[in-house]
Design a protein around this ligand. Structure first.
Ligand code: ACO
Length: 323
């Protein structure tokens, strides 16, 4: 029997505290105008001191489970895409499993930084398609505020905290009605590690470290690589990029998103953009944007949705699904 991985529900969570560009201008030599012009970001959410990545993940997961109409007893796989885990080990997914009261199945983290959600969706799709698992919780959750150097204006203005989640179900091909993940494409070029990395880690410094980025070099790589990934996925699915209903990009920079829109002849009104109010929430940004699109009635059952991301590694990729 063959199965399709269908998104049965989604959920989002943003911490209460909001940090505006003007707040940041009091910390570093920057301005609201510079940040808005260069990135499209106005404000971002920051986790409370006692909130861990798993706490954000659990809020988003509960919302997704409610949306899908499922309980803890229905979940047999939890994958958390994060670069900011609670602990070095165990996986944040294990902590999330316990907090949700899920007693069966497997749980693990996946680390591809900002590309984490696309990598995780592609992974989960394979677990479900082969029949090994029945219903997955796929969560992108980050507390990037914990690894920012708050004296470095070139990085601290870009990121925010948050979590988004999908419940993804294995649905028999013949009843799936074409819904589900159709194609995905993942890439990594490890020779470009130095463009975007964290300068600490367990086996190097013994510390968590801080984000370091040659932003303009990442920027130059972004539009070409992201567009190629989207074209590849569209080709695999036998459609043209212009056939999609909605474009749900990783929210790193509004200028990168608009560059991709122009290169692939998409319409600006096909983009689900959350960057102005959330900044770059790394692995959480795609499910957060997808949930926004569902919540405000733009993404409807049966719509063709393209997801894409690029992040540290350099990793990048795209996925096409029917909602
Ligand atoms: N406020 C004011 N000026 C600033 C700031 C700031 N916050 N940050 C940098 N500048 C200055 C620089 O010092 C530089 O000044 P100089 O010309 O005097 O040297 C000038 O602005 C231009 O700097 P650039 O880095 O060339 O600016 P750019 O237009 O490239 O914008 C940005 C920077 C927003 C970071 C952009 O390069 C970008 O978005 N890059 C891609 C980010 C991305 O996609 N990352 C991947 C995902 S993240 C992940 O995986 C963790």
């Amino acid at each position: 029997m063959s199965f399709r991985a269908v998104v049965a529900g989604c959920g989002a969570y943003l911490p209460e505290r909001i940090l505006t560009n003007n707040d940041l201008a009091k910390l570093v030599d920057t301005s609201d105008e510079w940040i808005r012009d260069r990135t499209g970001i106005r404000e971002r959410h920051i986790a409370a001191e006692d909130q861990r990545t798993s706490d954000l993940a659990v809020e988003a997961a509960r919302a997704a489970m409610k949306d899908a109409g499922v309980t803890a007893a229905d979940i047999d796989l939890i994958v958390v895409a994060t670069a900011t885990p609670d602990l070095t080990f165990p996986a944040t997914a294990a902590i999330v499993q316990s907090k949700l009261g899920v007693k069966q199945g497997a749980a693990f983290d996946l680390q591809a930084v900002c590309s984490g959600f696309v990598y995780a969706l592609s992974t989960v799709e394979k677990f479900l398609a082969c029949g090994q698992h029945k219903r997955a919780l796929l969560i992108g959750a980050e507390t990037f505020s914990r690894i920012l150097d708050w004296t470095d204006r070139s990085t601290c203005v870009l990121f925010g905290d948050g979590a988004g989640a999908f419940v993804v179900e294995a649905v028999e091909e013949k009843v799936a009605d074409e819904r589900g993940v159709i194609a995905s494409y993942l890439r990594c070029d490890g020779d470009l590690v130095d463009l975007l990395y964290v300068d600490g880690g367990v086996s190097s410094t013994g510390t968590a470290g801080h984000v370091r980025m040659q932003g303009n070099k990442v920027f130059r790589e972004a539009v070409t690589r992201i567009s190629e990934a989207m074209e590849t996925v569209a080709r695999q699915a036998g459609v043209a990029p212009t056939d999609i209903d909605w474009f749900v990009p990783h929210q790193a920079n509004e200028r990168i998103i608009q560059g991709v829109v122009r290169k692939l002849d998409l319409r600006p009104d096909q983009v689900i953009s959350t960057i102005s109010g959330q900044g770059n929430t790394s692995a959480a940004s795609i499910p957060l944007a997808y949930c926004q699109g569902v919540a405000d009635g733009r993404i409807k059952k049966g719509d063709l949705v393209m997801l894409e991301a690029m992040g540290g590694g350099i990793t990048w990729g795209a996925a096409l699904l029917r909602a």
